[in-house]
Write a protein that binds this ligand. Structure first.
Ligand code: ADP
Ligand code: MG
Length: 238
């Protein structure tokens, strides 16, 4: 596990600045939710933390190390996306082990990590199945399994539940939180759904047009919103 620190981070695409100097300090083991309307810069910020997008200004630290120049593959991070495209020609076991294989991990290590992750996620009975033989929820668990086997310092989630139906979304929220309670891995979770944010977060970061409007616990945001935007956003239906 590691803390994550975002300091005066900016992002420009050509002449257009979309992230205007953001500061967020995330202590070791915290579950932070980035929430805000579509287009406010959540994915861009997450992708900069992952190293999938260059930053145009500021500093990103993981633990006490500045990672601005560190390529994505060398950051100790695992990411779960909305479109988690499993490899269709690989079994669940192979899907979960693949990133470790790419990183030249030993077979025994891969087998052990896959076994542990599949136990945690209840995927044991499905290890020899192919993605098309799984339900939506099971596929989502495999996507999380691929992240867990890496044993990363930090988990990044970008709207991982958006493709699931409402009932499953609620169930998976609970599962992801239970997972966090077990592994205690520092997690940054992006959603545009404020109910998801309120129910899952230790602390919520409310974003709007490339800035942070407020950072606080769900209760703090609910009881003492910093401004009308936060009040309206937290109070509005999903
Ligand atoms: P969110 O995830 O909150 O919906 P994004 O981070 O995807 O928002 O986008 C933030 C802003 O940056 C949007 O205005 C979007 O159009 C713009 N943007 C994102 N990616 C690119 C890109 N590759 N080139 C130009 N503009 C981009
Ligand atoms: Mg996004």
């Amino acid at each position: 596990m590691a803390s994550v620190s975002v300091e005066a981070v900016r992002k420009r695409y050509g002449a257009l600045e979309v992230i205007h100097g953001i500061d967020i300090q995330i202590p070791d083991g915290e579950f932070v939710v980035l929430v805000g309307p579509s287009g406010c810069g959540k994915s861009t910020l997450l992708r900069m933390i992952a190293g999938l997008e260059e930053i145009s200004g500021g500093v990103i630290r993981i633990g006490d190390k500045v990672v601005n120049e560190v390529p994505s593959k060398d950051r100790d991070i695992a990411m779960v996306f909305q479109n988690y495209a499993l490899y269709p020609h690989m079994t669940v076991r192979e899907n979960m082990g693949f990133s470790l294989k790419l990183r030249k991990a030993e077979r025994g290590v891969i087998a052990e990590r896959v076994k542990k992750a599949s136990q945690i996620l209840g995927l044991d009975p499905y290890l020899e199945r192919y993605p098309k033989q799984l339900s939506g929820g099971q596929r989502q668990r495999v996507a999380m399994g691929r992240a867990i086997v890496r044993n990363p310092q930090v988990f990044l989630f970008d709207e991982p539940l958006s493709n699931l139906d409402a009932k499953l979304r609620v169930q998976m929220r609970t599962e992801i939180k239970a997972l966090h309670q077990q592994l205690k891995t520092t997690s940054i979770y992006v959603t545009h759904d404020q109910i998801e944010a309120m129910t899952m977060a230790d602390r919520i970061v409310v974003m709007h047009d490339g800035i942070v409007e407020q950072i606080g616990s769900p209760l703090e945001l609910y009881e003492r919103p910093a401004n009308l935007f936060v009040a309206g956003f937290i109070g509005s239906p999903a």
